[in-house]
Design a protein around this ligand. Sequence first.
Ligand code: DC
Length: 219
Amino acid sequence: MIIAIDGPAGSGKSTVAKIIAQRLGFLYLDTGAIYRAVGYLALKKGIDLEDEKALVNLIRQMELTITPEKGHQKIAVNGEDITEKIRTEEIGMAASTVSKHPEVRKALLELQRDFGRRCNLVTEGRDTTTVVFPNAEVKIFLTASPEVRAERRLKELKEKGIEKSYEEVLNAIIKRDRQDTERAVAPLKPAEDAVIIDTSGMSIEEVVEEILKIVEKAE
Ligand code: DC
């Protein structure tokens, strides 16, 4: 079974997907981390994020290792563990920029699909319900207002000891939303057959419970 969850930055999809994977004993795949790995490596090597050809070459040469661990995922590129390093908003924006390029998306598609062939999967991203796994048994689109998502991000950052202003975080969210929804290839949008859940006024547990009910029905 494949449970695919899409949604914008800060909609809660990573948190929720990890919990569901753990509860059901499914593999967890964070597809955003793959785009983040490409963004990270491109920045490190000084590659222009608009240079599609150079990015595709980089992808062909990079050695990406994704290791699922109890509802989490470890990711390494060329032997370097980048699991934590890629969680910054700078890398998030770089990931969003590299992900605009059709050839970049194409180069990363099979890698993602491979996971679905191996075993039961909970996956999350922007196009997992529409492009990567169009036949997923459960499709969820999580959303929340930009203001609520900015509050959540701010709280997360505070917990990590990073001080940012609310406006700064809100603007970054709005900018990334725009880039992810307006791109020509695989833009962020709900699949026709996805269940849309607005998580604005909901707790994580409430969202998890709602999705688990949908999963039960699909079994
Ligand atoms: O979910 P995230 O914030 O880690 O994703 C980082 C960026 O990667 C996101 O802004 C757009 C891109 N992305 C994508 O284009 N398709 C996916 N399935 C997942 C992420």
